[in-house]
Design a protein around this ligand. Sequence first.
Ligand code: ITT
Length: 221
Amino acid sequence: MHLVVASGNAHKTAEIRRILGDLVTSVEDLSAHPEIKEIQETGATFEENAVIKALETGRALGDGAWILSDDSGLEVDALGGKPGVYSARYSGAGASDADNRVKLLEKMAGIDGEENSRSARFRCAMVLARGGQKIAVFEGALEGVIANAEKGEQGFGYDSLFIPEGYSETFGQLPPEVKNSMSHRGRALEKFKLWLARQDLPNENGCSNHVGNQKKAEWET
Ligand code: ITT
């Protein structure tokens, strides 16, 4: 399977490529398709936005393309679930990751880390589409807390502010393979891998690589 990731975020693509490894033939993203204009994310949920991105990209690329979209973000309990679907634009349209982290730290000032008060989670919804149809949805989430200050240089977005459950370092400090093994994106992709293993898709040589009968919705749980 040649996979087109319906994203302009090179960090997401790099994580997806690394997590899927040789389970797919190749992975490209929208940087290879400058003809596709910016997609408006008008959905109210991660899944709605992931559907919009997958189907618009599919329409532009035509029937044969396998599309995987990723809509993701951070929900902070003390902020009523914000920034949520607005994570990429938290401090305004065209905001940088650094701007968004500054705003988050400002909003969290005075929330002092009593039990659960800085609790948060990353969420990810991925949609697989082909031929104009949504084929499957894969979701993942990861609980954690918001650090008091930025720590570490790894990753992107809110990584240097997010301490995953069970750890004392942020994703900015932890090695990428540790993040990928537990992240919201990693968990959604584990479900995609399960789905993939149950398909009867032709491989690079045109031969079938059928593994077994698909169990209904096993990857959706
Ligand atoms: P595309 O829509 O082109 O895929 P985007 O960056 O705009 O790229 P989203 O609309 O899904 O993607 O916004 C996701 C934002 O949530 C992203 O910009 C980060 O700020 C944050 N985010 C998502 N996953 C993250 C991760 O693994 N680590 C840190 N921050 C993450």
